[in-house]
Design a protein around this ligand. Sequence first.
Ligand code: FES
Length: 174
Amino acid sequence: MAWITKNTAHEPIERRDEPFLTDAMKTKLEADVLPRFPTKRAALLPTLHEIQHTYGWIPPQALDEAATFLDIAPAEVLDTATFYEEYYLKPKGRHLIQICQSIACELCGHENLLDKCIEKLGIEHGETTEDGRYTLVALECLGACGGAPAVLLNETLYECVTWEHLEAEIDALK
Ligand code: FES
């Protein structure tokens, strides 16, 4: 058996003229975020958060711009961004349905919620509906184990979720 590595170092990335990490965003990061960290490198996670919060995902060009801004290698930014499943490196749907699949939620019926979502939306978890409306994600512990099964709909946490409740909330999303 051998490890087969992808030679991505020379793959071109799609670029647009305007930067994703704008001067206004950099000024805000320099004022509010960088002073809280001992090094610029240590501010990588909040920098990625800022980009994702602004655009809904983190385009390849923005990864490169974050590396330049923080004086670190683009590979280090990519390593970090791909390590955490909460960072989206592809555009996601307008609404994010995140179902916890860790142990407490697994014991309390997360699989039923996930299966019903898959059936209703016609996508697997990790996918986005064709109309760009919903992205379905199965993720690890949301820190709400006492309220299992837990679901995060966009930025709202729901606990002790039943399918009837979840379906109603999904239908209510515009
Ligand atoms: S196991 Fe689901 S919130 Fe902790």
